[in-house]
Design a protein around this ligand. Structure first.
Ligand SMILES: Nc1c(NC[C@H](O)[C@H](O)[C@H](O)CO)[nH]c(=O)[nH]c1=O
Ligand SMILES: CC(=O)[C@@H](O)COP(=O)(O)O
Length: 153
């Protein structure tokens, strides 16, 4: 029996972070949470490439270009989609999730889905360093595990 271990060793990893600026009150906190968590693994500023996009819908395209660049071992995609009065929320959430999943499944590196999809600002804030934790930090943990796991396959 072979058990592939998703360890959390991160020596020499290069990480890309793609961040939506829409609702930047929230996404800035997600970004900081991801960076602080990566630093716990010894991944410092010089090993992190940050790309800012307008909104969540722009995340997949830049994530794909970064993935294809060969400059990173994995990507964290961060955003905050907060429901408004119309059905626009549904389309933004669905297409962003689908787009990022395609980049992860079809591209050369893993892409972590760090896009909050909430009904209001309070829910988003709570998941960006509040009582709900920090989704950016969670994505950092998961990315290290994914990179390590894929190196064993
Ligand atoms: N309403 C939110 C958006 N909307 C903008 C789209 O993401 C996109 O930038 C626009 O449709 C142009 O293509 N984006 C968020 O990240 N969060 C929102 O709550
Ligand atoms: C998630 C959105 O696109 C949303 O903020 C847009 O708000 P509205 O539906 O009121 O136009």
């Amino acid at each position: 029996m072979v058990i592939l271990d998703h360890s959390r060793i991160a020596s020499g990893f290069k990480v890309g972070i793609v961040v939506a600026q829409f609702n930047e009150l929230v996404t800035d906190r997600l970004q900081q949470g991801a960076i602080l968590q990566l630093k716990k693994y010894g991944i410092n500023d010089e090993a992190i490439t940050i790309a800012k996009v307008s909104g969540a819908l722009e995340l997949p395209r830049i994530a794909r270009k970064l993935a294809d660049s060969g400059k990173v071992d994995g990507i964290i995609a961060l955003g905050a989609v907060i429901r408004g009065e119309t059905s626009h929320y549904d389309y933004v959430c669905a297409e962003t999730a689908s787009g990022l999943a395609q980049v992860s499944l079809n591209g050369p590196v893993p892409v972590m889905f760090g896009v909050l999809t909430t009904d209001n600002l309070d829910q988003a804030i709570n998941r960006a360093g509040g009582k709900g934790g920090n989704k950016g930090a969670d994505c950092a943990d998961g990315l290290i595990e994914m990179i390590n796991l894929e190196k064993q396959i």
